[in-house]
Every structure is written in structure tokens, then in C-alpha cells.
Write a protein of this length. Structure first.
Length: 236
């Protein structure tokens, strides 16, 4: 999305002033050609696989081509486009945006029963919900701006844990898929994990679907994390 600030959520490394930004030129070339690339996220999130087609993401991960993948909603205009398909009340729509942008979770969002899914959103449909990811990390801004419509999934081959460093991603996926190395901007000593997955209801009700990086600090009971989110985003 167009705001490239690092969210003040503890998920991003706030010190970028004296660090070289990652080289994204090769990744941009591959994305333009329809291939998959491995991209970083701020700690404690892992690397991800991204592409302009869902099949490229699934092929890179070694899983069925038609498996659903998340939409990477990093662009404000794209979020606006999605609003016509989502079955969310206005307050819930604002909460969903905050969860995607600030909390950087993966979110299942209900789709209106009478909505006509666009060709772009169809591959992210799961049981009447769209699977969305919305992080926009500053070091990737130049690359993401050129690709408003991306599909994304954790950077792992089926059965393996998501890659938490560029070297592990390169070893897992091989030389055919470029890796944007941003380890210098991440926290190498921090335990990393894929995103927490939540589901939001039409009125803003939250449900925990999958544990991950965001809820880990709140203990084993997911309700503790959900209570934290409700308090943090109440009234948005």
C-alpha cells in the first residue's frame, strides 16, 4: 500500500538509516516475466513466496497448482477495490485494515453473497472468505509499488518450515527462484515464524485460526491475543 512507514508494532526493525536497502532488480524482472520470487518481511515474520499468478506461487512451493493462496493487499487502491466484495460493516472494515497493515496478520475476510469475485480475487477464496495478507515493509516499497496485484504464501516447500533467512530460502528453493536478501535489516537472533491467521466476521468479531509470529508473545491461549487485539483496535 502507498504508506511505506514501518509499523510501530514491534514487528519491524526501526533502524534503517545507515543500512543499505536490498537489491530488488532481479526479483522485479522475474515478477514481470510471471515467475515466483522470495521476499523478506520484518522480524519476526519469515520470508514469503510471491508472484503475479497463483500457479507460480504453488509451483514454487511444490503443491497443487489450484490450491488457494493469499492476496498480498499492500496497495491502498487495491484495498479500495476489495471493499465492494467484502461483507464487512464500516467499523469492521477499518479493523480489518488495521489488522492487515499494522498487525501484519493473515486474515480471512467474509465476501458478500451477491458479490462477483474478480479474476484476481478468485484464487484466494476459501469457504466464502478471502485470504489476505497486507504488510508493506519500507525496504520493499520500490518493488511492491510496481506490482499492485500479487499472490503470496510462506517461503517453504511442502512439509518444511518457512525460511527465516535468505540463505535458508535459497537452499530450500534453489537457484531458479531469486531471493531478495534483507537479513541485514532483520533481527537475526529473533525466533521467526509464519504469520498468525485470524478470521474476522461481518461485525468485526475475531476468531483465531492458526498460531504464528504475532500471537506467540501472548502465551498458548489464543483468547489472550484476541483480547489484546480487541483492546488495541477498539473504536477504530
Amino acid at each position: 500500500m502507498s504508506d511505506t512507514r514501518l509499523p510501530d508494532t514491534g514487528l519491524a526493525d526501526a533502524s534503517l538509516a545507515d543500512t543499505r536497502l536490498p537489491d530488488t532488480g532481479a526479483a522485479a524482472d522475474v515478477l514481470r516475466a510471471g515467475g515466483a520470487v522470495i521476499l523478506p518481511n520484518p522480524s519476526p515474520l519469515t520470508y514469503v513466496v510471491a508472484a503475479t499468478t497463483p500457479g507460480a506461487v504453488n509451483d514454487a512451493k511444490g503443491r497443487p497448482t489450484g490450491q488457494e493462496v493469499a492476496l498480498w493487499v499492500h496497495d491502498d487502491a487495491v484495498w479500495g477495490e476489495l471493499g465492494t466484495e467484502l461483507a464487512l460493516e464500516p467499523a469492521a472494515l477499518r479493523t480489518a485494515f488495521a489488522l492487515l497493515r499494522d498487525e501484519q496478520v493473515t486474515l480471512l475476510v467474509p465476501v458478500r453473497a451477491d458479490a462477483r469475485p474478480s479474476p484476481w480475487t478468485g484464487p484466494a477464496l476459501r469457504d466464502g472468505h478471502l485470504l489476505l495478507f497486507g504488510a508493506h515493509w519500507g525496504p520493499l516499497s520500490a518493488l511492491l509499488t510496481g506490482f499492485p496485484h500479487l499472490y503470496v504464501s510462506s517461503a517453504n516447500r511442502t512439509g518444511q518450515p518457512p525460511a527465516d533467512t535468505a540463505a535458508r530460502a535459497a537452499a530450500m528453493f534453489g537457484p531458479g527462484i531469486p531471493v531478495v536478501d534483507a537479513d541485514a535489516l532483520r533481527r537475526p537472533g529473533t525466533p521467526h515464524a509464519a504469520t498468525t491467521m485470524l478470521r474476522i466476521g461481518s461485525g468485526g468479531e475475531l476468531a483465531h485460526v492458526r498460531p504464528g509470529a504475532q500471537d506467540r508473545a501472548h502465551g498458548p491461549d489464543p483468547e489472550v491475543y484476541l483480547a489484546h487485539l480487541r483492546a488495541a483496535h477498539a473504536g477504530r
